[in-house]
Design a protein around this ligand. Structure first.
Ligand code: GTP
Ligand code: MG
Length: 372
């Protein structure tokens, strides 16, 4: 077996926040192990949290200064980015491989990555970069705030979708986080290792890139050399433990299949496969991949709207919890005046409504002093 990274494919991965950074680090690890060419691949982590950044192994790290972390609050994430954008952008661009496809990785539900990733994606698109994304949906049992962040981020990305390349949407409902990172990094590097050497047909560089650059949701499946049957591919795609968000219909725009074997030895029946997973207007099919793996890329799929709708409904059902917590933390009750003492106390002589609004505590104290 000669599984090595395709020398000519140029990819930059930018991980934002903790999840994005961890996924990016995993991909870098796989790419290094598979002899990736440093001139054609680049891996960057951006975070406000020095702790998160220190915990991942990445060749490039950008720390957003003067920030303690967004603490799950996307507005903090945006604010931090706004204050650092010029320095960050310059450093970031110095790490981006020229003419590469730039994938921005982030969780949808945190406060840092989810806030800065869509902003950076839009900025890089405006600058003419080819941009795709790797995003993570929160599990159903995660906090309301995380699910609400994810809902907002999803629709921000949805707006950018037509201008972007593929969006790999991972689902934390599938299994544990580290397993998801590992599986995705492994699948993604298998795409980077597609290298067909067959007279029956090859998935060439332009075709691999076309799969990665087809807008909207995309998934990757793999089967080992002896397991590349129609039934097995369909089975892997439909398992609950599949790390990608579930497909909600059979729409496919681009299908790329790189087989381990020759056309004659192929165990994939295209008619059956299309019947089960859908027919793509564009299909690329290569044989005898040097990686000796069967890799299938389905791109231009319908975004997982029902999954996000269900999440939105779960948030709405718990709207009272949000309302009450907001009340508990922001609503100020004033004490009842029970008039026990005949002469009013100092506080009562300066009633709240007499005080001009918008004063600081110190100013209020001073006002009190004067009125005495
Ligand atoms: N799959 C996966 N999910 C992760 C990982 N780390 C965190 N998550 C998920 O990401 C969401 C939380 O976002 P983080 O990426 O930790 O947040 P952040 O962008 O660092 O932002 P703050 O910590 O809020 O400043 C939750 O849904 C977690 O379940 C990871 O390594 N892999
Ligand atoms: Mg964090």
């Amino acid at each position: 077996m000669n599984k090595t990274i395709n020398e000519r494919l140029k990819v930059t991965v930018i991980g934002c926040g903790q999840a994005g950074g961890s996924i990016t680090a995993k991909i870098e690890e796989f790419v290094n192990d598979l002899g990736g060419n440093k001139a054609n691949t680049s891996f960057v982590g951006i975070n406000t949290s020095t702790e998160d950044l220190a915990s991942v192994q990445l060749s490039h790290k950008i720390h957003m200064n003067n920030s303690k972390g967004a603490a799950c609050n996307r507005e903090n994430g945006v604010q931090d980015l706004a204050e650092n954008i010029d320095t960050i952008l310059e450093e970031l661009q110095s790490y981006i491989i020229e003419d590469s496809i730039v994938f921005i990785a982030t969780s949808l539900g945190g406060g840092t990555g989810s806030a800065i990733a869509p902003q950076l994606a839009e900025i890089l698109l405006d600058e003419g970069y080819k941009v795709g994304m790797i995003v993570v949906l929160p599990a159903d049992n995660e906090s309301l705030k995380i699910r609400d962040n994810a809902r907002q981020t999803f629709y921000e990305i949805e707006e950018l979708k037509p201008r972007m390349g593929s969006i790999y949407i991972l689902d934390n409902n599938a299994t544990d986080k580290m397993k998801i990172n590992n599986t995705f990094a492994s699948l993604f590097s298998s795409v980077l290792c597609i290298n067909n050497k067959s007279q029956d047909g090859n998935m060439d560089l332009a075709e691999i890139e076309a799969c990665l650059l087809t807008p909207s949701f995309s998934v990757i499946t793999r089967a080992n050399k002896n397991n590349g049957t129609t039934a097995n591919i369909i089975d892997v795609l439909s398992r609950d433990s599949n790390i990608f968000a579930k497909r909600e219909d059979k729409t496919i725009t681009t299908m790329g299949i790189s087989e381990a074997v020759s056309a004659k030895e192929s165990k994939i029946d295209m008619t059956d496969l299309r019947k089960e997973i859908g027919t793509a207007p564009t299909e690329f099919h290569g044989y005898l991949s040097e990686s000796e793996e069967n890799v299938i890329i389905l791109s231009g799929l319908t975004m997982p709207y029902s999954r996000v709708d269900a999440m939105t409904e779960s948030i709405q059902k718990e709207a009272d919890i949000i309302k009450n917590s907001r009340k508990a933390t922001t609503e100020v009750r004033s004490g009842k005046n029970i008039d026990i003492f005949a002469t009013p106390t100092v506080e009562q002589t300066t009633t709240i409504k007499d005080k001009p609004k918008g004063l600081t505590a110190l100013e209020k104290l001073r006002a009190k002093k004067i009125s005495r």
